[in-house]
Design a protein around this ligand. Structure first.
Ligand SMILES: Cc1cc2nc3c(=O)[nH]c(=O)nc-3n(C[C@H](O)[C@H](O)[C@H](O)COP(=O)(O)OP(=O)(O)OC[C@H]3O[C@@H](n4cnc5c(N)ncnc54)[C@H](O)[C@@H]3O)c2cc1C
Length: 367
């Protein structure tokens, strides 16, 4: 029987463990935390279930939706988002919607800029891309400060991989739903994604080792060192940042993280329907406010919201900077073809849940 080691028990590691076991591998899944789930595990505050940030399935990948739905029951959502534009003292829809321009005090100037906008295809960085897409005033209102705060950077010209934004940057007309063409879902049960991780880990053939940190990885002859002992397998699947596989020999890959401020409020709902989270585009220290019961379906006379503060204390968002992505690719190129670097960190890309599952469903076919 073939053997596989999987590092990390988040969406990537759990999905890979399940798929490999179904293909006949004997799988050892190693997770350093006490529980599976990585960034998507359900936590509780004041009785309210929540995750670190929204973590709903928001994807164009039909195979990911179908696969996840075969494991856990899902509830469909419709995703509307408002951005608070500090300089106007107003909330507007995001992506930027043509109807909202009519409500803006500088409407005439904006319409002129939109008329004269350039060609985003010639842009060299994120700032140029947005200005060419919607003009400088809308860029300033919706994107400039938000992005600098989100990435903790001095200038958006540093961001050189700028086509990652799945929300699209053209001015919208018609529906204000964020992406009506996307599948938007959250688990129907209050356990959230935890049920998915448990079912994956309980697949016959998967042995799960919690509270087990991988200290070293052999990327040429698939193996990991745990508590001073080497474990070998035919295949190694890692969801770690690729610089950690090779002792950061080409330099450390940078990430930005998040701290959450949780607040229970004595009202049933604070954010009006159909919106379920808010962006703050100005100089406020936080980027986003999420009202969790809208995702989880939890009912209570109170409500839980979180404010997300960008921080350098944890590693959650890989930078959309080409030079860093090339560095990540250099690490990945050192790995044998029996060592796969997968998931959000493993690819060093802004992968969401749908992307992570889609990657596993696609690559497993070659194994
Ligand atoms: C704030 C935030 C909000 C998000 N919201 C959404 C959203 O609304 N919708 C969406 O689709 N996507 C969202 N995403 C992205 C999505 O959650 C991720 O793409 C997905 O969870 C990545 O899964 P993963 O398994 O690759 O990584 P992770 O979930 O990070 O899992 C990696 C696992 O590896 C473990 N690990 C690390 N080092 C070791 C070690 N040395 N030994 C053993 N184990 C180790 C970690 O403990 C962790 O459990 C969000 C991301 C963030 C940061």
């Amino acid at each position: 029987m073939k053997t596989a080691i999987v590092i990390g028990g988040g969406f990537a590691g759990c999905t890979w463990s399940h798929l490999l076991a179904r293909r006949g591998f004997r799988v050892s899944l190693f997770e350093q935390a006490e529980r599976l789930g990585g960034g998507c595990k359900t936590m509780h505050y004041g009785g309210h279930p929540y995750t670190l940030g929204p973590r709903h399935l928001f994807t164009p990948h039909h195979d990911s939706l179908e696969f996840i739905r075969s494991v856990v029951p899902l509830r469909q959502l419709h995703h509307y988002l408002l951005t608070y534009v500090e300089q106007d003292g107003q909330f507007y829809s995001y992506p930027v919607h043509a109807d909202d321009i009519d409500e803006m005090p500088d409407r005439e100037a904006i319409l002129g800029e939109v008329e004269r906008r350039g060609d985003p295809a010639t842009a060299r960085n994120f700032e140029e891309y947005w200005i060419a897409s919607v003009g400088p005033t809308l860029y300033e209102k919706f994107v400039k400060s938000y992005s600098k705060k989100m990435w903790q950077i001095e200038s958006n010209t540093l961001l050189t991989d700028f086509k990652f934004d799945g929300k699209g940057v053209q001015l919208r007309t018609g529906t204000k739903e964020v992406r009506p063409d996307y599948h938007v879902y959250y688990p129907s049960e209050l356990a959230g994604w935890d049920t998915y991780f448990e079912i994956c880990a309980q697949t016959p053939g998967v042995a799960t080792h919690l509270r087990t940190r991988i200290d070293e990885v052999d990327v040429r002859h698939p193996g990991v060192r745990v508590d001073g002992q080497w474990h070998r397998a035919d295949l190694l699947v890692s969801s770690l940042s690729p610089d950690l596989l090779l002792d950061k020999c080409y330099g450390e890959l940078p990430y930005v993280g998040r701290e959450l401020l949780l607040l229970v409020l004595p009202v049933e709902q604070v954010i009006p329907d159909p919106i379920f989270f808010l962006h703050y585009a100005g100089k406020q220290a936080y980027t986003r406010v999420v009202e969790y019961k809208k995702l989880t379906g939890y009912t209570s006379p109170s409500t839980l919201i979180s404010l997300e503060f960008p921080s350098m204390t944890n590693k959650l968002y890989p930078y959309p900077i080409k030079a860093e992505q090339e560095k990540a690719a250099r690490y990945r190129a050192e790995c044998s073809d029996r060592v796969l670097s997968v998931g959000r960190m493993g690819n060093y890309r802004y992968y969401d849940v749908g992307d992570v599952v889609h990657e596993a469903l696609t690559k497993i076919k070659d194994i």
